[in-house]
Design a protein around this ligand. Structure first.
Ligand SMILES: O=C(O)CCC(=O)C(=O)O
Length: 256
């Protein structure tokens, strides 16, 4: 499966993992995210959307996404495409009714790298409800991961990736894409987990969102993905030491 996804990413610029998580995992994440979204303001511009609520600091707010972040097929693909990596910009996205389509963009444009370049970012969109053309399913410009200076215009063909909740959509940071317009009566809720190579600065500063005392209770692979790791030989050290040491030094209360 991993090889098929890697091949599809290189060919088309996106791939899906059908039935990647169970209905119970979807329901847990959806319940948690819906409660958080209620406390979240709408976006601040065309990119975030004026009827869209984006949840940042996700791993400081819910444990329901931990298993998604370290999903074995996803990490198998990331091992092949990125090599060594960390979480970059995990974001819950609730596109509200009446929202217009998000401007198409490649996520790795945030880094000042001339195109084309080896992939430095991979994104995984986890729909927490069925994504349809009506409610704002993610739109992809197939093949645009190979573009250099091209930009999409009004006639550029896009693929609207209609997938059920629990199926994951994977796309590289180089592909042009965006959230769709929501012409339904309900919110479109999904979580996008961005990963970036370990030598780049992640978009969000996870170790401030998930301090060592919180990270201590998480799976080790997730700790690493949240920044408690180095990129060899020593990018990311803390006071000259591996950041894992900060977790090892946390005083874990002993239950009597
Ligand atoms: O909401 C979506 O379907 C895509 C969101 C997106 O591309 C982004 O916010 O960077």
């Amino acid at each position: 499966m991993v090889e098929d996804i890697v091949t599809a990413l290189a060919k088309n610029g996106y791939a899906t993992i059908p039935g990647a998580i169970s209905a119970e995992q979807v329901a847990w994440a959806r319940t948690e995210l819906e409660a958080i979204v209620e406390q979240t303001p709408v976006g601040r511009g065309d990119f975030e959307g004026y009827r869209t609520r984006r949840v940042y600091g996700l791993f400081g707010k819910t444990r329901s996404l931990d298993a998604l972040a370290i999903h074995d097929v996803v990490l198998g693909v990331l091992d092949r495409v990125l090599g060594q990596y960390q979480l970059s910009a995990p974001t819950g996205i609730s596109i509200g009714p009446g929202e217009s389509a998000q401007p198409l963009h490649p996520d790795d444009a945030i880094y000042p790298l001339p195109r084309p370049h080896a992939e430095v970012v991979v994104n995984v969109m986890w729909p927490l409800q069925d994504f349809t053309a009506t409610n704002g399913a993610t739109r992809i410009v197939p093949g645009s991961h190979r573009w250099t200076d091209e930009r999409p215009g009004p006639d550029t063909p896009t693929t609207t990736v209609e997938i059920p909740a629990g199926t994951a959509l994977i796309y590289p940071g180089s592909v042009w894409h965006g959230g769709g317009a929501n012409n339904s009566e309900a919110n479109r809720l999904g979580v996008v987990l961005h990963y970036a190579v370990g030598w780049l600065r992640p978009v969000e500063n996870h170790v401030l969102v998930v301090p060592p005392a919180v990270a201590a209770a998480l799976p080790e692979r997730l700790q690493e993905l949240l920044g408690y790791n180095i990129h060899p030989p020593f990018i990311g050290y803390v006071d000259g030491r591996h950041p894992r040491k900060l977790i090892e030094e946390v005083d874990v209360p002993v239950l009597s």
